[in-house]
Design a protein around this ligand. Structure first.
Ligand code: FAD
Length: 693
């Protein structure tokens, strides 16, 4: 459908409030091509010889606003990009987005007074910075902050720095939003001027997006005042120029058909493998762990032999997924791209600092299948941005209503658990072929790798990583269809293919199992390893207590495997207690047989205490068993046992924390608060460790 000028003008007003959603990815970041080679993708600015001086960079590119992000899973990066786009379109700021690890901080005391720096910082795990923000965090929270100019903390060295801060956290963790809180406190101490409040988004309460939206409006008001800005009407300006290239065919060697980097496109990359360049690893074995038909839990053995990748017991492995064929087809159909799915497209940033988040040239098919998160829940703002490009007036009116009416949107879209294409299909059968592809690249996240707690011991199988993954397939209350997790259903399809299962295609989702240019054939999956602090004590004679219901048992299988191997060699191992919980012994008690073997090797030093929630009249969970075994737990803690919790962050981990506090207080005759304090102390000293998600 063609839009007339009036449509565009009217809808521009709608866009003013919703442009924020447009930009995901780092469009204003340092112009580097992460796909150029795996080597330059690492620590971009430094490795590619670009400046690490943010002040110089801003001068060079005519920017007056930098938005730094510290991001682990991409959400902080996404918010940074949205702020950049909004700052530019609504307020005329000259914005750029910057990965916080790409710049130095020693010169922030010289940050010009007429510019502003935003810090969008996620907190990871136990109050830790994200991987890319570690050095920044250490610099500002260390004992001596040393600026290039030699200014001391008491001189208020950051007095010229205007900053805006937003944190992404999860209140189910002990150190809620620790990153933004500590950085904000450090900046204040150093004399910097914060604009607006330091915002905090809470993933634990599921209000991250609403918290962000509620925080940013008053922040913009304060910033407008502090910098003398004028709000203006904005229209959609594409960030990228997407052009179809008739000269090229998808078979051309230069075209990315799903390969993560140019090295993958051009042959086998040699490594080093990292979060920027995965290893295409063979899955050497895969099997089903549940005995029930309607639920799946996968055990997979992934070989890293010869890759130079290494891991330690307790680390995480990241799996790079592929979108399901059925969802790729739906998306292409909804946006009218079906017929030209294999056309080659070039994607270029329009602004000099814009970074294209997907490899280019590519095809529509490859972009949607391998590079874009098309199955995630949809935001109301993003849906409303599509109104300007609706196929007819009726559809446009419905989208405008969805955009304006929060409750209506929840009823029609959120509660139905639709992804973007499903949501639009529920409104009309007509395709949305006027939507610029740039808007889709901007509005949807990059497809993210998912992490899994490694369930093997590196001492026992250093070249093979085990994972234990429950397949996400849920019908949420009120939803009309099953929600299928992207990665776990892809893994299920790989397992089915490998084992020649009767139905070798998870729920008809039709994954492209052989990968781009058949490079994943023979059952391969792109992976990288992330090191964690979730570790066994270095002294194997030290007792340990592990609480891991469901797939929370994953790292503990690795812990027990390691200790059982030592015991089998005749070495002494400390008491090793596992609290495991599931629904029923004969349905989802995973690794039951294997634990019997470990029991034989470890004898009395291994104790497995089980809780089956659906066997008796009362639901019994691991925390109940913990309480029943208070004496044992307390005694082992007196012997300096390490205490580990893995699995569900929202409920179980919290409950276990509380119960442990009660046990300590009750067993040692202390007031309840003292018990809680002891648990806090255990956390800070590293003897209480969590690996929760
Ligand atoms: P996704 O596609 O990411 O979906 C996740 C969930 O989001 C779905 O179940 C669904 O409830 C919801 N959802 C998705 N789309 C929609 C929609 N359109 N509308 C509404 N809701 C939607 N998992 C394990 O099984 N084993 C482990 O050992 C393990 N270890 C982990 C360790 C760490 C450090 C972390 C961070 C996570 C770990 N996880 C583990 C979780 C794992 O990373 C994945 O989150 C999980 O497997 C789901 O991934 P997925 O791609 O299949 O699902």
């Amino acid at each position: 459908a063609q839009l007339d000028t009036l449509d565009l003008v009217v809808l521009a007003a709608l866009l003013v409030g919703s442009v924020a959603y447009f930009t995901k990815g780092t469009y204003w970041a340092v112009p580097k091509d992460p796909y150029a080679s795996s080597a330059t993708a690492l620590n971009g600015a430094a490795k590619s010889g670009k400046t690490r001086d943010i002040i110089e960079k801003m001068e060079e590119t005519g920017k007056n606003c930098v938005i730094f992000y510290g991001s682990q899973t991409g959400t902080a990066e996404d918010y940074a990009s949205r702020l950049a786009k909004e700052g530019s379109q609504r307020f005329g700021l000259k914005t750029m987005v910057a990965d916080i690890e790409d710049y130095d901080y020693e010169n922030l005391d010289k940050f010009p007074e007429d510019k502003v720096a935003f810090f969008v910082l996620a907190t990871y795990g136990e109050g830790e910075p994200t991987d890319n923000a570690v050095e920044f965090y250490q610099f500002f929270t260390g004992d001596d902050v040393a600026f290039e100019s030699g200014a001391a903390a008491e001189d208020s060295p950051l007095s010229s720095l205007k900053y805006v801060a937003f944190g992404l956290g999860n209140n189910t963790y002990e150190h809620y939003n620790a990153m933004v809180r500590q950085v904000d406190a450090a900046f204040t101490k150093l004399g910097a001027q914060r604009i607006g409040t330091a915002g905090e988004g809470d993933d634990g309460a599921g209000t991250m997006e609403e918290d962000f939206l509620a925080w940013k409006e008053p922040m913009w008001v304060a910033l407008t005042e502090a910098m003398g800005l004028q709000e203006r009407e904005s229209v959609y300006e594409p960030v990228f120029c997407v052009s179809e290239d008739d000269e090229k065919s998808p078979e051309d060697e230069s075209v990315y058909l799903g390969e993560p980097t140019s090295a993958h496109r051009d042959g086998q990359p040699k490594g080093p493998y990292s979060a920027h360049s995965p290893y295409i690893a063979p899955i050497v074995e895969s099997q089903e762990l549940f005995t029930v038909k309607d639920r799946n839990c996968l055990h997979m053995e992934i070989s890293i032999a010869g890759s130079n990748l290494s891991y330690q017991t307790g680390d995480h492995i990241a799996i790079w997924p592929t979108n399901a064929g059925a969802e790729v087809d739906r998306f292409l159909q909804v946006f009218g791209l079906e017929k030209k799915r294999h056309s080659v497209i070039n994607v270029k940033g329009i602004d000099v600092t814009a970074k294209v988040p997907i490899p280019t040239p590519t095809t529509y098919d490859a972009a949607v299948r391998y590079y874009m998160e098309v199955c995630a829940p949809v935001s109301r703002q993003f849906v409303s941005t599509l109104a300007a490009f609706a196929p007819d007036e009726e559809t446009k009116a419905e989208i405008v209503r969805l955009g304006n009416d929060k409750d209506y949107f929840h009823e029609k879209i959120t509660n139905q658990c639709f992804n973007i294409a499903q949501a639009l299909q529920s409104i009309t059968t007509k395709p949305f072929n006027a939507v610029p592809f740039s808007l889709l690249i901007e509005g949807l996240n990059k497809l993210q790798p998912r992490y899994y707690s490694i369930s093997s011991s590196s001492a026992v199988q250093k070249d093979k990583i085990s994972i234990t993954a429950v397949v996400e397939s849920v019908r949420l209350p009120g939803a009309s269809h099953m929600v299928k997790g992207v990665t776990t259903n892809y893994l299920l399809a790989l397992k089915q293919k490998q084992n020649n299962d009767a139905s070798p295609d998870a729920h008809g989702l039709t994954y492209e199992i052989t990968g781009p240019r058949n490079k994943y054939d023979g059952i391969h999956v792109p992976v990288h390893v992330r090191h964690s602090n979730f570790k066994l004590p270095s002294d194997p004679t030290k007792p340990i207590i592990m609480v891991g219901p469901g797939t929370g048992v994953a790292p503990f299988r690795g812990f027990i495997q390691e200790r059982a191997a030592l015991a089998a060699k005749g070495e002494k191992v400390g008491t090793t207690v596992l609290f495991f919980g599931c629904r029923k012994r004969d349905e989802d008690f995973i690794y039951q047989d294997e634990f019997k073997t470990y029991q034989e090797q470890m004898g009395d030093s291994l104790k497995i205490i089980t809780a089956f929630s659906r066997e008796g009249s009362q639901k019994v969970y691991v925390q109940h068993r913990l309480k029943e075994n208070a004496e044992l737990v307390s005694e082992l803690l007196k012997q300096k046992a390490n205490f580990y919790v893995c699995g569900d962050a929202a409920n179980m981990a919290r409950e276990v924390n509380l119960v442990l506090g009660h046990i300590i207080a009750q067993q040692r005759g202390m007031p309840a608060e003292k018990g809680e304090e002891m648990v806090k102390h255990m956390r800070s000293s590293g003897s209480y460790q969590e690996d929760v998600w």
